[in-house]
Design a protein around this ligand. Structure first.
Ligand code: C2O
Ligand code: CU
Ligand code: CU
Length: 574
């Protein structure tokens, strides 16, 4: 198995104190250790005779090639789907795109998907956002090899929402997504239907990604340790798999279904003429009512449902959706948060995402509903653990991006990672690495205690740091705290599998930074979420139900390079 990262190799490096700079030249005898991954391989799931599907899809992933830039075609990996059974509108191919077709499902449908792996490597597909049984959630333990088929069967329990399908194999998720394996899932239900939102040609999926091409139009992927520590960043924005994306629209309202399917890049979306962005939904579907924002942050894995009304605009008028300036999401030598990731399209610089031109005058347009949906807000009283949040501690260090102090390993459940079935849990995502808090496990414990003083992380994050760098051989001055100021700290989009959650509260451990101020008005808190961007120094309390299904459900950073480095853990719902 050729894999770029794995826990056993990381352990080797950390134990021997080999520094960051040495990582680049990994000798081949060490690469052989990669076979030492503890991930077992379970038999591929088969169709069960008593599952009566309403919809059945054959989904193939295989190497392919497609014209993206002028000139040579680009080698990619692609999902191809055929409808075996079900409504004709279940599959929609995005024209000219390497992205998988849009899968459209109705709440309540019984769905069977036969995943055929025709890649020369392991893969498994995960339905990001869908609430499905653990055995069909795409856990890496279910990865299948070339020529194998895995059969998913589940009932659509989700409310109307936009979700994602993408691979989830151990250590190679980012690479496969980067090479093209991703697609959007749109779920419809009756609550949404009653609103009469723009549909058909007026409902437009917009999948935003960044890519880096070589002179022959071939994709370049992470080559340096830096590309994993910071995440990998392309220099070209693709929308629905196309460069220089442009839409001709009529002078009426549209529904834009926006998905950030980049592996690491975070966007700050805003209209170039400063029209506010009208958001009607987030990861988990419609908000209670529309919100207007001057900009909206969109991290990898997150979705936005946008009401874009062009009524009143003249034929010929233009509008551009841009990513606006911000800072603080990446470590930077000057604290600005733009350096060190090596892209010529810096994260946090101002650049266009796609352009729009009004080409047709029409007189009627649907009106924006003032009430969109009913969301029952959870309170602490609904949770099983109001005084003892389940911790999700972010630890950052050279060669080590982990959660709860431990790199991902199968069957490595810690007491905090066992969740009682059929409960609603208060959870807290925070930075456990002790950045700026001294340098002992003790201070990490204090840090961790926080205001709720509930959970005991026991300084797991710090143990990681001490054990690892020990302050020597860390190279590049990547130290926490002190004068260097949160050098290693960066923003992480934390994603939890299973049911959607609600954001209870965000708070900062220290004073608000310039970077934080440049993004904070772009968070949308009122809806259902499955991914939340956690800024440096920030802690986020969420409330999440764990109902219907027992078993292993992953939680991880959706900076997919981080995920592949082991910034992932399992919850066992039991
Ligand atoms: Cu979008 Cu565990 O993934
Ligand atoms: Cu997911
Ligand atoms: Cu991360």
């Amino acid at each position: 198995m050729k894999q770029a990262n794995n826990p056993s190799r990381r352990r080797f490096f950390t134990q021997t104190g080999v520094g960051l700079l040495a990582w680049a030249g990994v000798p081949s005898w060490l690469q052989a250790m990669e076979g030492m991954s503890d991930m077992p391989k379970l038999p591929a799931r088969k169709a069960s005779p008593n599952f009566h599907s309403d919809v059945e899809i054959d989904l193939v992933c295989k190497p392919s090639s497609i014209g993206i830039l002028p000139g040579n075609v680009t080698r990619v990996q692609q999902y191809f789907a055929t409808l075996v059974k079900g409504p004709a509108n279940t599959l929609t191919q995005l024209p000219g795109s390497y992205l998988g077709p849009i899968l459209r499902f109705q709440k309540g449908q019984k769905i069977r998907i036969n995943l055929h792996n025709q890649l020369d490597e392991l893969t498994i597909t995960h339905w990001h956002g869908l609430h499905v049984p653990a055995e069909v959630d795409g856990h890496p333990v279910y990865s299948i090899g070339k020529g194998e088929t895995f059969v998913y069967e589940f009932e659509m329990l989700n409310r109307a929402s936009m979700n994602i399908y993408h691979p989830h194999p151990h250590n190679t998720t980012a690479k496969q997504v980067y090479h093209g394996l991703a697609g959007a899932i749109i779920v419809n239900d009756d609550e949404e239907k009653r609103l009469g939102l723009p549909d058909g040609e007026f409902e437009i999926p917009l999948v935003i990604q960044d890519r880096l091409f070589d002179n022959n139009n071939q994709l370049i992927y992470a080559r340096h340790m830096r590309d994993r520590m910071m995440g990998f960043y392309g220099d070209r924005i693709l929308v629905n798999g196309l460069p220089n994306f442009h839409l001709d629209v009529a002078s009426r309202a549209y529904r834009f279904r926006v998905l950030n399917a980049s592996t690491a890049r975070i966007y700050k979306l805003a209209w170039d003429d400063n029209t506010p962005i009208t958001v009607i939904g987030t990861d988990g579907g419609l908000l209670e009512k529309p919100v207007k924002k001057s900009y909206v942050m969109l991290a990898p894995g997150e979705r936005l449902d946008v009401w874009a009304d062009f009524s009143g605009r003249k034929v010929g008028s233009r509008l551009v959706l841009r990513s606006r300036e911000f800072s603080g999401v990446l470590p930077g030598m000057m604290g600005g948060g733009r350096g060190m990731h090596g892209s010529s399209l810096p994260v946090g610089s101002d650049y266009p995402i796609f352009s729009i031109k009004v080409t047709k005058q029409v007189s009627d347009s649907p009106a924006l509903p003032q009430k969109l949906s009913i969301i029952k807000r959870y309170t602490l009283a609904d949770t099983a653990n109001p005084h003892k949040p389940v911790p999700i501690g972010i630890s950052e260090g050279p060669m080590r991006m982990v959660l709860n102090g431990r790199p991902y390993a199968y069957n490595d459940l810690q007491p905090n990672e066992r969740i009682p079935f059929d409960t609603v849990q208060l959870m807290e995502i925070f930075h456990a690495h002790g950045g700026g808090h001294g340098g002992t496990a003790k201070s990490a414990g204090r840090h961790d205690g926080g205001e709720q003083s509930g959970h005991k992380m026991g300084g797991m994050g710090m143990r990681g740091m001490n054990h690892e760098g020990g302050g020597k051989g860390m190279g590049m001055g990547m130290r926490h705290g002190g004068g260097m100021g949160m050098m290693m700290s960066m923003a992480h989009p934390i994603h939890l599998h299973g049911q959607y959650f609600q954001i209870l509260r965000r708070s900062l451990d220290g004073p608000e930074s310039k970077g934080y101020a440049s993004v904070k008005d772009g968070f949308i808190e009122g809806g259902w979420k499955d991914t939340v961007l956690v800024m440096p120094g920030e802690r986020v309390k969420i409330i999440k139900p764990f109902q219907d299904f027992k078993g292993l459900f992953m939680f991880h950073c959706h900076n997919l390079e981080h995920e592949d480095m082991g910034m992932m853990r399992d919850f066992s719902v039991e």
